[in-house]
Design a protein. Structure first.
Length: 319
């Protein structure tokens, strides 16, 4: 039983959300999720800014503003580990840095973290005032944001069949990658670098393991080969990023890395080597690895998510 003047958030008691699965990044981008996920301020009212999230934001802002920091960042955790939630937060922050102001008004985060948030807001706002920071989102669970040979994206006079074709299309340069897209052959690292050069860009990738695995397990040699080419593409993409200044890739993978670098894939992906190969391919560059949520952050995370108001005085009395 709750003690004191505590108020549970309305959406926590909303029966219509009981059967709603975890939000998808693609659903947020396309506007098909609940308002508590699509509205940046509503989202951050319910979201703890974790230590990993601050590190992620600081790194990305440094890359797009000064070209300093890791160009490849891997969010590694199994299902329920906070990967997608962190990517949704990243998408909102880059799109609307001021949405983070709601974090500054509450008591949950320590002052040191709030200072980090404030610095990120100011630096990102300054960068966006000077130049566009473009975001490309790939969500492997949504064909509109991850076209494939069996679910191409139809755009006027052409169809996009691959992830590399999709990135070129998003940048308004599909013709440059048309031959690679139509043949399902990944472009070389120099082709990718030429496509992405001279721009400030954040590429956010989620559910890519699901995307690759479903294609690899299809009873079709063409699709199986394409799945292998996707793994190769990400390896080439990470190589290309090393030669660029203001482009960063943030990708989630359902894996765990040990201190020795050994990779453990989530159980549903242990039947094949595709996800392991992808993690290894990306790991060949100096990628930063982040665990979205630390165990000690979970109590505060739940408190922010569940309660609209907390009686801090009463909490101290019963502590």
């Amino acid at each position: 039983m709750l003690s004191g003047n505590n108020r549970v958030r309305d959406d926590v008691l909303d029966a219509s959300l009981d059967e709603h699965v975890a939000p998808s990044l693609g659903g947020v981008v396309t506007g098909n999720e609940h308002k508590i996920y699509t509205d940046p301020e509503e989202f951050f009212r319910r979201t703890l800014i974790t230590e990993s999230m601050i590190n992620l934001l600081e790194n990305i802002v440094n890359v797009v503003s000064e070209g300093k920091g890791n160009k490849v960042i891997v969010l590694s955790a199994f299902f329920g580990g906070g990967k997608t939630h962190t990517l949704i937060a990243l998408y909102h922050i880059i799109s609307n840095p001021d949405a983070l102001n709601v974090v500054m008004q509450r008591r949950a985060e320590p002052e040191s973290d709030k200072k980090g948030v404030k610095d990120v807001i100011e630096k990102l706002r300054k960068v966006k005032d000077e130049d566009e920071v473009k975001i490309i989102v790939i969500d492997g669970s949504l064909s509109a944001l991850s076209p494939s040979p069996i679910n191409p994206l139809k755009v006027g006079a052409y169809e996009v069949n691959t992830l590399w074709g999709y990135i070129a299309h998003a940048l308004g340069r599909y013709d440059d990658f048309k031959k690679f897209d139509q043949t399902l052959a990944p472009p070389q690292a120099d082709n990718i670098a030429n496509l992405l050069s001279n721009r400030r860009l954040v590429i956010i990738v989620d559910e890519i393991a699901h995307y690759i695995e479903s294609l690899y397990n299809a009873n079709d040699v063409k699709l199986k080969n394409y799945a292998k080419n996707v793994v190769l593409f990400f390896q080439l993409l990470t190589q290309a990023l090393a030669a660029l200044t203001n482009v960063v890739l943030v990708i989630s993978l359902p894996v765990r890395f040990s201190r020795e670098g050994v990779i453990e894939a989530q159980s549903i992906y242990k039947g094949s080597d595709v996800v392991h190969s992808l993690a290894e391919a990306i790991g060949r560059v100096s990628a930063a690895r982040l665990e979205p949520v630390k165990p000690n952050e979970i109590p505060v995370l739940l408190r922010i998510r569940l309660f609209d108001e907390i009686d801090h005085a009463r909490a101290k009395e019963v502590a």
